[in-house]
Write a protein that binds this ligand. Structure first.
Ligand SMILES: [Fe+2]
Ligand SMILES: [Fe+2]
Length: 202
């Protein structure tokens, strides 16, 4: 499935990934698969923590419970891929991209603002992951891996939409829209400052 033009626009990311990144990823397969596996693990862990933290939000709990299973399923798929290729799951590295995003979250203040930042940060990570997987699904030489990454791309696009939807379920739409724009602007500066590495999804 091609992402529709609509989806691309909705993703709204301001800085497309440097096309050279795919070539770097291709030559560091063990590194990129390891980093990818931990991205999936962190997605599952974060969804579990949201269920705990926002247990009073019935829709959120109902919608995120199956995402935990899905993200963990993704982790297992990546692990399987490593083993199939005789590669090892390496150690988790410091995730500079995510750490920089966390730094943008409002720490004090209103509960609702912190909730909104939690939803939007996840939406953003899903959006960027989706964009990166799309690059891999189009640019890798190995046809099997191109298809492998297409499945992830489609899945993360759905998660991006879900987190925006959850934000809009509990927070005024205009407020969501304005803060989302701030997140997109900030992510643009983060991406521009990131070193281009083939062994990192972000
Ligand atoms: Fe995933
Ligand atoms: Fe996801």
């Amino acid at each position: 499935m091609e992402l529709s033009q609509d989806t691309k626009n909705i993703l709204g990311l301001q800085l497309p990934t440097d096309p050279r990144w795919v070539n770097l990823a291709e030559i560091s397969l063990e590194g990129i698969l390891t980093d990818h596996a931990y991205c999936e693990q962190k997605a599952a862990t974060t969804c579990i923590s949201f269920v705990q933290r926002y247990s009073e939000k019935e829709k959120l709990v109902l919608e995120l419970a199956p995402i935990v299973t899905e993200e963990w399923g993704h982790f297992r798929l990546v692990l399987q891929e490593l083993h199939k290729r005789g590669l090892k799951l390496g150690r988790q590295r410091k995730d500079q991209y995510v750490n920089k995003l966390i730094a943008f979250q409002r720490k004090g203040g209103h509960y609702e603002d912190r909730f909104l930042d939690n939803m939007l940060m996840m939406a953003l990570i899903e959006a960027r992951s989706c964009e990166r997987f799309k690059r891999l699904s189009e640019g890798l030489n190995d046809e099997y891996l191109r298809n492998f990454y297409r499945r992830f791309m489609e899945s993360e696009a759905g998660h991006y939409t879900l987190f925006i939807e959850l934000a809009e379920t509990y927070v005024d739409h205009e407020k969501v829209r304005l803060r989302w724009q701030e997140w997109l602007d900030y992510e643009n500066t983060v991406m521009a400052s990131q070193e281009l590495r083939g062994d990192r999804i972000h």
